[in-house]
Design a protein around this ligand. Structure first.
Ligand code: DGL
Length: 265
C-alpha cells in the first residue's frame, strides 16, 4: 500500500486523455498532473530540449512526492523515456509500448498507420517496435504537426482540424491500412474529426486504454495501490495560462478543473 499520488506528465492538454482513463479505472488514486503548456509543442523540438524539459518536470513531480510517473506524452516517451529511466530512481512508465501492443492485437491485414508529432515520427520508435514484434507488419507513419496547436487553441477549431486531417490523409489515402494508432495523447480529443477523414471503418487505437491496465497491474504487483476508498484528488499544474487551462482543460477532461496552479522553469 502506498497512498502517495501518481505523477502524470504531458506538454499540455494531451495527457488529460490519459488522466481520464486513469480516473475511470483507478478512481481512488491521487494524481499530480503537469501540463507544460507554455513550452508546447514539444513535437517540433529536438531530443536534447525534450530531455531537458522532461528532466525539470520529473524533478518537480518528485518534489511533489509522487510514487511513480506516467509519461502521458508519446513525444516524451519516444525521446526521453530511456534517459529519464537511466537518471531517476522512480518508476517511469511511457505510453508507446501500449500503443504498439494494442495495434498488433487489432490489425487483420497488418498495415498500420501511425499518426504522431514530428518528433515521435522522426524517432521511428513505433515503426521499430511494431516490426520487432512482427516483421510482416507494414507501418505508414504520418507526422501531423498542425494538430497539437489546434487542440491547444480549444474546441472551436474543428473545421481547421478536419482540413489538416485531409492534408495528412492524402499521404496514405491510396493504402489499405485497417488500423490507426493515435500516437499523440492530444489526438483522442479530436478522434471524431480524424475518423471522419481517415474512415469510420478503421480500428482506432488510443494507447491510454492499455496503458492504464498496465499501470493497474504494476501497482498491484508492487503493492503500491492506494487503499483510500473515496474518489482521489488531483492537483493540476501548468506552466502556461491558468484560465485557458481551466476552460479548455475541463472540456477535454470531462470534469471541471477548479483549481490549478502555475509553475514555470
Ligand atoms: N501529447 C503529446 C504527444 O503525445 C504532444 C506533444 C507536443 O507537444 O507536440 O506526443
Amino acid at each position: 500500500m502506498d497512498n502517495r499520488p501518481i505523477g502524470v506528465y504531458d506538454s499540455g492538454f494531451g495527457g488529460l486523455s490519459v488522466l481520464k482513463e486513469l480516473r475511470n479505472k483507478l478512481p481512488n488514486e491521487d494524481y499530480v498532473y503537469f501540463g507544460d503548456t507554455k513550452r508546447i509543442p514539444y513535437g517540433s523540438k529536438d531530443k536534447e530540449t525534450i530531455q531537458l524539459f522532461s528532466k525539470q518536470i520529473t524533478n518537480f513531480l518528485i518534489e511533489k512526492n509522487v510514487k511513480m510517473i506516467i509519461l502521458a506524452c508519446n513525444t516524451v516517451t519516444a525521446n526521453a523515456m530511456e534517459y529519464l529511466q537511466a537518471n531517476f530512481n522512480i518508476p517511469i512508465i511511457g505510453i508507446i509500448e501500449s500503443g504498439v501492443k494494442s495495434a498488433l492485437s487489432s490489425t487483420n491485414n497488418k498495415i498500420i498507420a501511425v499518426l504522431g508529432t514530428e518528433a515521435t515520427i522522426n524517432s521511428e520508435v513505433y515503426t521499430k517496435n511494431l516490426k520487432k514484434e512482427n516483421n510482416q507488419i507494414e507501418v505508414l507513419p504520418v507526422a501531423c504537426p498542425k494538430f497539437v496547436p489546434l487542440v491547444e487553441k480549444g474546441e472551436n477549431s474543428k473545421l481547421e482540424i478536419e482540413e489538416a486531417a485531409r492534408e495528412y490523409f492524402k499521404e496514405i489515402s491510396n493504402r489499405d491500412f485497417d488500423t490507426v494508432i493515435l500516437a499523440c495523447t492530444h489526438y483522442p480529443h479530436i478522434a471524431n474529426e480524424i475518423k471522419k477523414v481517415f474512415g469510420e471503418n478503421k480500428i482506432y487505437i488510443n494507447p491510454a486504454i492499455k496503458l492504464v491496465d498496465s499501470v493497474k497491474k504494476y501497482l498491484k504487483n508492487n503493492k503500491l495501490e492506494n487503499n483510500n476508498k473515496n474518489l482521489g484528488k488531483i492537483d493540476f499544474y501548468t506552466s502556461g495560462e491558468i484560465n485557458s487551462f481551466k476552460e479548455n482543460g475541463s472540456i477535454y477532461f470531462g470534469e471541471e478543473i477548479k483549481d490549478i496552479k502555475n509553475k514555470t522553469f
